[in-house]
Design a protein around this ligand. Structure first.
Ligand code: PMP
Length: 434
């Protein structure tokens, strides 16, 4: 079926979906609110491709929002899941595969001396912050504007007016009282963090940060930023939480902490460690993790945590990604796409700035040559992004339907898919210029 035909079945399904699911989706960004138009309902996926219910194929740059590092339907992960299913779906009792998972995490991410499995990134960050608060006996914590750490109450907080104010909820349903301990600082601006510590000495339990910000497009840390956060935490007795839900096993085998050489006190993981199953994890220093129930006073639990099918998928993923040269290949493919977008944009005189770290990349419709701040992202040309988005979609290229999300490659993206992507981009930029 030709890609220019309207997605009839998707159109029918979204109408039907809206009857019984708010917005027709189980997570807001899937509704295409950021770009308009009809979200594609997906029937199946394989390798670098998604196939929708109208029979159209798309080269996928979302990868289920990160997990599909090896491409869809990877044989090793599928085999591990099928074998686990044969043994029963869930026991609510300890299993050997959980021990192997915790050992593997400690080996691949050495700062994670101990870890605990959960079912989502949201649970991981929420639990890590509770633990940091319990460990330090302090209530406040610092996050950064433009970073996303899941939808727990204390994290759905925006900066107040002025550089340093107490947080304000950015969703109805979050009591102001729950947000008042959240301090929101400016990403890549150490002075804003130093100011928070100066204003609240001895009250800040932790800093939580995306070591490469992937929820405001893709913004790498400026040199010295993560090191500075580490130093400020040490100076003030606060813990450093690296939220590696997105960057973990995507920017390097040991995550962003290996890539940048930063040792956090706690790390949160998700996405890739589940191989596509619903999984999250948090872990870190032994003395901190031992504060968790049942050996410590900080409560945290989960009926399906460490689920055997999910653990099997995750372990198969973690085994596969240790193949020599895998991250070099991922990095090279991602650079080829990001650089290719830039070259095509330049050719047509479209101002575009790109970023890339390992297997994640960003592109900004902006005249600014270097983008490192949230306000630069919000100032980008959103109308140009939307047009580009739909031209690419029509050409069979499935990008994140929002100008505020990072793009992801997989090892299954080959020369043919990359060539198709860059040819589509060339044609799209030509149309944007016209
Ligand atoms: N932290 C980061 C850095 C994320 O990108 C996300 C989700 N995109 C989360 C936490 C929340 O994870 P989940 O959607 O699995 O709850």
């Amino acid at each position: 079926m030709s890609l220019s035909q309207p997605p009839l079945r998707s159109q029918q399904l979204i109408k039907q979906a809206r009857q019984h699911i708010p917005g027709g989706v189980n997570s807001p960004v899937r509704a295409f609110n950021g770009v308009g138009g009809t979200p594609r309902f997906i029937q199946r996926a394989d390798g670098a491709y998604l196939y929708d219910v109208d029979g159209q194929a798309y080269v996928d740059y979302i990868g289920s929002w990160g997990p599909m590092l090896l491409g869809h339907n990877h044989p090793a992960i599928k085999a591990a899941v099928l074998a686990a299913v044969e043994q029963g779906l869930s026991y609510g009792a300890p299993t050997e595969v959980e021990v192997r998972m915790a050992e593997t995490l400690a080996r691949l991410v050495p700062s994670m001396e101990m870890s605990r499995m959960v079912n989502s990134g949201t649970e991981a960050t929420m639990s890590a912050i509770r633990l940091a608060r319990g460990y330090t006996g302090r209530d406040k914590f610092i996050k950064f504007e433009g970073c996303y750490h899941g939808h727990a109450d204390a994290l759905l907080v925006k900066a107040g007016s002025g550089a340093l104010t107490l947080g304000q909820p950015n969703s109805p349903g979050v009591p102001a009282d729950f947000a008042k301990h959240t301090l929101t600082c400016t990403y890549n601006d150490l002075a804003s963090v130093a100011a928070a510590f100066a204003e609240f000495p001895d009250e800040i339990a932790c800093i939580i940060v995306e070591p490469v910000a992937g929820n405001m497009n893709c913004i790498p840390p400026e040199p010295g930023f993560l090191e500075g956060l580490r130093a400020l935490c040490d100076q003030h007795g606060a813990l450093l939480i690296l939220d590696e839900v997105m960057t973990g096993f995507r920017v390097a085998l040991g995550g962003a902490q290996a890539h940048y050489g930063i040792k956090p006190d706690l790390t949160t993981l998700g996405k890739i460690i589940g191989g596509g199953m619903p999984v999250g994890a948090f872990g870190g220093r032994r003395d901190i993790m031992e504060q968790l129930a049942p050996i410590g006073p900080v409560y945290q639990a989960g009926t399906l945590s460490g689920n055997p099918v999910a653990m099997a998928a995750g372990l198969a993923m973690l085994e596969a990604i240790q193949a020599p040269g895998l991250y070099e290949a991922l990095n090279a493919k991602t650079a080829q796409v990001a650089q290719g977008l830039k070259t095509a944009a330049d050719k047509h005189g479209i101002p575009l700035t790109i970023t890339q770290v390992g297997g994640m990349f960003g592109f900004f419709f902006s005249r600014e040559a270097h983008i490192s701040r949230f306000e630069q992202v919000t100032a980008c040309d959103l109308a140009a992004f939307k047009r580009f988005y739909h031209l690419m979609l029509e050409a069979g290229i499935y990008l994140a339907p929002s100008a505020f999300e990072a793009g992801f490659l997989s090892l299954a993206h080959g020369e043919a898919e990359i060539a198709q992507t860059l040819a589509a981009a060339d044609a799209a930029f030509a149309q944007l210029k016209a």
